[in-house]
Design a protein around this ligand. Structure first.
Ligand SMILES: NC(=O)c1ccc[n+]([C@@H]2O[C@H](COP(=O)([O-])OP(=O)(O)OC[C@H]3O[C@@H](n4cnc5c(N)ncnc54)[C@H](OP(=O)(O)O)[C@@H]3O)[C@@H](O)[C@H]2O)c1
Length: 342
């Protein structure tokens, strides 16, 4: 047993890829900022449904190429990797187009809006021999690597329970992408995918899924709790779009427990509580991320990981393989079905 937690193992950066961005919205702005500030990756092109919007984004970040249609960007020979940053309903369609054009593709979460769509994308990427990866940035963060090493060391013993929550308060607005069923809104695909992915990362695919929740007036879920069985372990994932939650993630076992975050999605700290006895009795070890001020600069880790996987000739992420990506969406499909969401 050591008296400190392990250090994170950074990704080697890999080749400097030319990146093309589809959908110059909120997250695309943060992603490109992180690339430019923290990596050698090159954002070279952006496409919008509107030419002036694409041009204004390109000018802001000094990107050479801008397009007023998504498919035009896919013909740009300077683009090696496409970042899909549109609302959910377009993820699979655009990923398939990018793959068909021979580009590697990083797809914002959720990878697709159904397991069927997700399977079509991974099959196509396998067939074309290009990398397809969900932008589940949490998995590529230094704090997550500390957690991974703590679990591999067996400190908590056989995992009994994994629990995670991610909720925020967004007043109902039928036009918001989060509440609009036509844009594949709903708490599970937007925020709930984080806790569901977290449970999966630690204890794998569920053998049984039990879900309850409530619906917004538009018919998408605005709250969900998803309890899953994984052999002798239990997963508990909860999500809201009408209540703020602590955004905590915990893993419990007979020999101790570990906490990630809060908020666990940006993995700022890992706390290991050793000992299975009375609370407060055991030794506590802590790792903390040095603060950068802007948490979303952490998006650069997934980009560096992506480039290193391309450099290694990989077609799927070793930290979240294709089968797992499909399984996570399948879990959401089933939870939404049980809740009766549109
Ligand atoms: N990793 C994270 O931490 C994080 C955080 C927030 C969001 N996300 C994910 O990122 C994606 C985009 O979210 P966002 O918050 O950036 O959304 P956003 O600000 O609304 O931007 C989405 C962009 O997609 C384009 N778009 C294409 N079809 C559209 C449609 N029918 N309606 C609206 N916009 C459309 C728009 O650009 P043009 O019209 O100019 O083409 C828009 O700028 C989602 O998948 C979301 O889950 C991830």
């Amino acid at each position: 047993m050591t008296d400190s937690l392990p250090s994170p193992r950074p990704f080697p950066e890999g080749p400097s890829l030319g990146w093309g961005v589809l959908g110059p919205g909120w997250i695309a702005t943060r992603f490109v900022t992180a690339l430019l500030k923290c990596t050698r990756q090159r954002p070279v092109a952006v496409a919008s449904r509107s030419e002036p919007r694409a041009k204004s984004f390109a000018d802001k970040f000094d990107m050479p190429n801008s397009y007023g249609a998504y498919d035009h960007l896919l013909m740009d020979p300077q683009v090696d990797a496409v970042y899909v940053a549109t609302p959910h309903h377009e993820h699979a369609r655009l990923a398939l187009l990018a793959i068909a054009a021979g580009k590697h593709v990083l797809v914002e979460k959720p990878f697709a809006t159904s397991a069927e769509e997700a399977r079509a994308v991974v099959d196509s990427a396998r067939g074309m021999g290009v990398l397809a990866m969900e932008a589940m940035w949490t998995r590529y963060l230094p704090g997550f690597d500390v957690l991974r090493q703590v679990l591999e060391s067996g400190e908590v013993g056989q995992v009994a329970e994994v629990s995670a929550d991610f909720g925020f308060m967004l007043p109902f607005d039928p036009k918001s992408r989060i509440y609009d069923p036509a844009l594949a809104g709903g708490a599970l695909l937007d925020a709930g995918i984080y806790p569901i992915s977290f449970v999966s990362a630690v204890i794998g695919a569920p053998s049984a899924i039990f879900s309850t929740g409530t619906l917004a007036p538009s018919g998408v879920e605005d709250q969900a709790v998803v309890v899953t069985r994984h052999g002798s372990a239990t997963g508990i994932a909860s999500t809201w779009t009408r209540a703020a939650t602590p955004v905590h993630a915990t893993i419990s076992g007979p020999d101790g427990c570990v906490e990630l975050g809060p908020p666990f999605i940006s993995a700022p700290s890992v706390v290991l509580k050793r000992g299975g006895g009375w609370p407060g009795g055991g030794e506590v070890l802590r790792w903390e991320q040095e603060t950068t001020g802007d948490v979303l600069l952490g998006l650069h880790h997934e980009a560096k990981a992506f480039a290193s996987f391309v450099g290694d000739g990989r077609v799927e992420s070793p930290l979240q393989g294709h089968d797992e990506t499909v399984q996570i969406i399948a879990t959401i499909d089933e939870a939404r079905r049980q809740i009766g969401a549109r």
